[in-house]
Design a protein. Structure first.
Lengths: 186, 321
């Protein structure tokens, strides 16, 4: 009789632990999904803001058509990469970030532009959107790290295997943020 | 980091327990001294208990409004203050919080900021006009990240509730001391039940407690507050990954000589840096904040930088695209 009770108690505790692990995995996965959608919201917002900025500055910048064209092209490429997975998307978005950087650098050298109220507020919005993308990426990557750790570490890896939880990709930082020198050994 | 938050939470509960125990002891002693004996003690303890719960419930739901009203805060939108609002949004995203806190501006020249509320869903951040005028974007980000950490770590809830209990202890003790000073107890004993020694002992205990309890409660509250300032500084760096921004902001805030007009002892512990400006190098038991120089030193150490970094404008003060 006692043995039966002990076995039942052990089983109940075991099921509770497994359920806890499963729920925690689901929670982490939802956090990853949610933080990914945060990035997408901000990327979308940046795509929407760029035409306004280009429109606002193009009359002042007749000699800088190349910079404007490259921004517009990078934007189109980034939108295009939207459904080709985090890696391709990250690459295209990082390229867009770089072109925007050079556009802002050019704006700095036009006093009229810098003083323009419309350009100033667009610049504030884009600057903030860039920051939001960076912080959303930071939070997403932290979420992915925790989630992937849970999937790969014992004992939650057993549950993850059973219910088909798969690891997620990181959203890579821009090239300029991680300048690793390439060494040619030949 | 999360271990630190957990430890902090444990310490907070312990200290909250001490404050509740102080309130109970005070209630019992005053009850026993004035109403007579054990039953009087329990009776008044019960009354205080009910009052404390009622008061806490009110404070839980309305405390943030009261704080903001007392501080003279005005609610602002994105269109009123784009930069401030954007920075708050950025830090909300970095902290992964579900909702952007309400943003308030205090019409004060002294640079300072505070957070209040009860949880991340019901939170508010207020900054002074002087802070917005004096800090660049990077520094503002550090300050907002600090406030966001108070929200994420549930410091705001703790500060509200413990603040209410500590305020209640001070009020009761003050009231009792005045009452007994004007001869309240003597009159009652003269009324016929006098002569019992237990009553006299309780009277002495009650008076001693009425003097000591508020001081002990304040000491406890401020000890928690100081711990949490360090923790919020560290969490802020976790969000911005930029210790120098916050270090420079604290440096500017500390260097400013002006005081907040609307801050008082009841709200002082809510601000990022003591708005009442007691400049001392050592921490006293009754300080709400650790010495700002020490906080700056910790942040500089995180950045592997020396004091000269405080003067320099960071590269990120250019548009951080």
């Amino acid at each position: 009789m006692i043995a039966v009770i002990v076995i039942i108690v052990i089983l109940v505790v075991l099921v509770a632990i497994l359920a806890g692990m499963y729920n925690s995995l689901v929670g982490r996965r939802n956090q990853v999904d949610n933080s990914w959608s945060q990035i997408e919201v901000q990327l979308k917002r940046r795509h929407d803001l760029i035409p306004n900025l280009v429109e606002a500055v193009k009359d002042y910048m007749s000699y800088e058509q190349d910079t404007l064209t490259s921004v517009t092209q990078a934007r189109a490429a980034a939108i295009d990469a939207g459904n080709r997975g985090p890696e391709a998307q990250a690459q295209a978005e990082n390229a867009l970030t770089d072109t925007l950087k050079s556009l802002f650098a050019v704006v700095e050298s036009y006093p009229d532009l810098k003083a323009n109220q419309n350009v100033m507020s667009l610049q504030e919005e884009l600057t903030s959107t860039e920051n939001k993308i960076a912080f959303a990426r930071q939070f997403y990557n932290d979420s992915v790290l925790t989630y992937n750790n849970k999937i790969q570490m014992f004992p939650s890896n057993l549950i993850a295997g059973m219910f088909n939880f798969t690891t997620r990709q990181f959203f890579e930082a821009p090239e300029s943020d991680r300048a690793v020198p390439t060494v040619d050994l030949r | 980091m999360y271990e630190e938050i957990r430890r902090n939470r444990r310490a907070s509960w312990l200290l909250a327990g001490i404050v509740v125990a102080l309130l109970a002891a005070l209630g019992y002693a005053i009850g026993a001294a004035t109403l007579g004996g054990h039953s009087g003690g329990i009776g008044l303890l019960g009354v205080f208990g009910v009052a404390a719960i009622a008061w806490s419930v009110i404070g839980y739901y309305a405390g943030d409004r009261m704080v903001l009203a007392v501080s003279g805060a005005t609610l602002v939108t994105h269109d009123d203050e784009p930069r401030l609002f954007n920075v708050v949004e950025e830090m909300t995203i970095a902290a992964g919080l579900p909702r952007v806190p309400e943003v308030y501006v205090l019409d004060e020249a002294a640079p300072n900021a505070l957070a209040t509320g009860r949880d991340p869903q019901h939170a508010a951040i207020a900054v002074t006009r002087g802070l917005m005028d004096r800090l660049n974007r990077e520094e503002l980000q550090g300050v907002i990240a600090h406030e966001m950490s108070h929200i994420r770590n549930y410091d705001i809830r703790f500060e509200t509730l413990v603040g209410i209990l500590v305020g209640m202890i001070a009020l009761i003790a003050d009231f009792f001391l005045r009452w007994s000073f004007w001869g309240g107890m003597g009159r009652r004993r003269g009324g016929g039940t006098g002569g019992d020694q237990a009553g006299a002992v309780f009277a002495v205990v009650a008076i001693v407690l009425a003097i000591v309890a508020p001081l002990a409660a304040y000491a406890v509250q401020f000890a928690v507050s100081r711990r949490r300032e360090y923790l919020a500084d560290a969490s802020a760096v976790e969000l911005t990954r930029n210790p120098l921004g916050l270090a420079r902001a604290l440096h500017k805030i500390a260097a400013d000589p002006s005081k907040l007009r609307h801050a008082n002892r009841a709200t002082a512990h809510l601000y990022i840096e003591n708005p009442l400006k007691k400049t001392k190098a050592v921490t006293g038991v009754f300080d709400t904040h650790p010495p700002v120089q020490e906080r700056i030193a910790v942040l500089l150490a995180m950045a592997h930088a020396g004091p000269e970094a405080l003067a320099a404008e960071g590269p990120a003060s250019a548009p951080p695209v």
